[in-house]
Design a binder for this molecule. Sequence first.
Ligand SMILES: Nc1ncnc2c1ncn2[C@@H]1O[C@H](COP(=O)(O)OP(=O)(O)O)[C@@H](O)[C@H]1O
Ligand SMILES: [Mg+2]
Length: 392
Amino acid sequence: MIGGMKTIAVIFGGRSTEHDVSIVTALASIIKPLELTKQYRVEPIYISKDGDWYWDQKLKNIDLYQSGEIEEFMRKAPKVHLLFDNGLTLVKSSQFAGRKQYKKIDVVFPAMHGTHGEDGELMGVLEMANVPYVGCGLAASAVAMDKVLSKQVTESAGIASTPWTWFYSSDLPRRHSEIMKEVEKLAYPIFVKPAHLGSSIGITRVESRDMLMNALEVAAHYDDKVIVEQGVANLIEVTLPIMGNEDPLPALLEQPMLHAEDFFDFETKYMQGGKKGGKKGGAEQGAQGYSKIPADIPKDLYDKAVKLGIDSYKAVGCSGIARIDMLIDGKSQQVMFNEINPLPGSLYSHNWKQAGVSGVDLVSRLVAYAEQRWQSRQKIATNFATNYLKQF
Ligand SMILES: Nc1ncnc2c1ncn2[C@@H]1O[C@H](COP(=O)(O)OP(=O)(O)O)[C@@H](O)[C@H]1O
Ligand SMILES: [Mg+2]
């Protein structure tokens, strides 16, 4: 620590289809507010699409990525080394021979979406380093990023889902008719999804048997596990950002205003304003197009959804922050768990803002939750004296 300032390493980019989204989350929603607090020194760590790690103050500048100068930067810049010294120290060789630069990290703020980051891989590295880090731990992240595991865990905690089944992709050619039979116990329309990928890649809404096989093959092509779900009728989608450790705090229940036919459209979700969502009156512009905050549903349904969200957060063992997506049958008023995002894009700061938590407040709290979680984990004994070695 220098002058009482804490050093926060923000890690972003990575080998994921959500690489670019991660850059924006890191720069706009994490680094900027962290610096505004004047309490933190930020060290940006950028992971390229190929998986190379760089550490440089220049990496905080969005122009670097927008202009494509990042390619030039990566050709010249030395890569960062991670030193595990019962904590984490960044090491970089300087462009001038001999001298190395060292930086001890107080807290890591992962800003990775999708594969090789949000899914627990990065958290495993940070656990090994024994450095405090923001957000969900290894196990919760891995469960959350696997739609099969997250349904199994929430279901065993008594949390409702739409009827569903799953299979290993490698079994599809071998157990083809068994799988078809199992899947067709569900009523059409059926949603077929790769278990891990986000951003609706590889997902198909299947109306009838003649489309089914193709959809199963597409999903199996993208992933080693495929989840198949019965479509929820009279669909109302809601999502709930939550933060905290033992006592999770919900933001406002948010209702994305996408049409069913847009559901797998990456552009609608992530591109400026949502090209199909541009003219909807009375809705707020959220991080993923237009949405209503708070959701425009009856109070008892709203409360049911918030409770299901918090229950899911706890069941999966989330910490720090996450966002729970739910599907509601507006007619039967049944609320169902859909999925968990351990690192919501932009931290869902637009929603937190409306819930009374500013961007600056949000990142400060998340850093505090990270330190608190790390502290309590230090109390778990990892060694005790034995005579084991002396026996030899
Ligand atoms: N069982 C379902 N019933 C009705 N609509 C669904 C169902 N599953 C997914 N959808 C629709 O498809 C969208 C994408 O599915 P989701 O599981 O959220 O995948 P992703 O990881 O890509 O966000 C949802 O936001 C919803 O609109
Ligand atoms: Mg989703």
